[in-house]
Design a protein around this ligand. Structure first.
Ligand SMILES: Nc1ncnc2c1ncn2[C@@H]1O[C@H](COP(=O)(O)OP(=O)(O)O)[C@@H](O)[C@H]1O
Ligand SMILES: [Mg+2]
Length: 231
């Protein structure tokens, strides 16, 4: 469902070239659950932005659900993103003025769905992460773990084919973090969602069927990257 072929992304800082991705290639089948590990600055976030069509590669090809995403119009790409991709980041990125359900309902605003139906789906998504009693709370009235669960509900409310999570437990204590990961994996099973999760936590990575290591802008299958021939 996702194919990256030789994807590179170069940033320019002044006259300095930064090669965040150097020919990364990846084939992801539908419903795969993949952990991406690697040192800070190795290109993990850049990779997720590429897969999420948030940023354009300097070179290389990205195909999602059979669509060569940078060969189509902005409109078609935005539509693909809005309908099929859910995002969870380390920072929860909730809108402080909006209660939990309105934050969760935001991704539905492009779908031509009536307000009542949007509200119902948002409340269902909050219930799926155990927050049915926090529907009307503002982000400031929630704990960090609860805020991240709201963010997960927001990513899942569209029933995405693909969930991209960038260090989703990075700001949480380990117990809350484990709960968040369980929640993501459970939702993915029921929703038939493909998952790419960037994590530094070996426990999280161990829960994923496939592990990739990002090193200097290139992807390696784990544990092959460590010099072992075991698969
Ligand atoms: N928008 C940007 N402008 C300039 N450099 C960037 C930008 N985004 C990322 N980089 C650089 O690209 C490299 C990879 O960054 P990133 O993908 O964020 O790594 P990771 O998520 O693995 O820590 C780093 O050297 C980073 O400083
Ligand atoms: Mg990062």
């Amino acid at each position: 469902m996702i194919q990256l072929q030789d994807v590179s992304r170069t940033f320019f800082r002044g006259s300095t070239e930064i090669h965040a991705l150097r020919g990364a290639s990846l084939h992801v089948r539908a419903r795969e659950v993949i952990a991406i590990q690697g040192p800070s600055g190795s290109g993990k976030t850049t990779l997720l932005c590429m897969v999420g069509t948030l940023d354009r590669p300097t070179s290389g090809t990205i195909i999602i659900d059979g669509i060569n995403v940078w060969n189509v119009s902005d409109q078609k790409r935005s539509y693909l993103r809005a309908r099929t991709i859910g995002f969870v980041f380390q920072s929860y990125n909730l809108i402080p003025e909006l209660p939990a359900w309105k934050n969760v309902a935001l991704p539905l605003r492009y779908g031509g769905i009536a307000l009542g139906a949007r509200k119902r789906r948002a409340i269902d998504a909050l219930a799926a992460v155990g927050l049915e009693d926090r529907v009307h709370h503002l982000p400031s009235q929630l704990s960090g773990g609860e805020e991240q669960r709201v963010a997960i509900a927001r990513s899942m409310v569209i029933h995405p084919h693909l969930l991209l999570a960038d260090e989703p437990t990075g700001n949480l204590d380990s117990q809350t973090g484990s709960q968040i990961i369980e929640q993501i994996l459970t939702l993915s099973e029921s929703g038939r969602t493909t998952i790419l999760v960037v994590t530094h936590d070996p426990k999280v990575a161990n829960r994923c069927a496939r592990r990739l290591q990002m090193l200097d802008g290139q992807l390696h299958e784990y544990p092959t990257a460590l010099g072992s021939s075991e698969r």
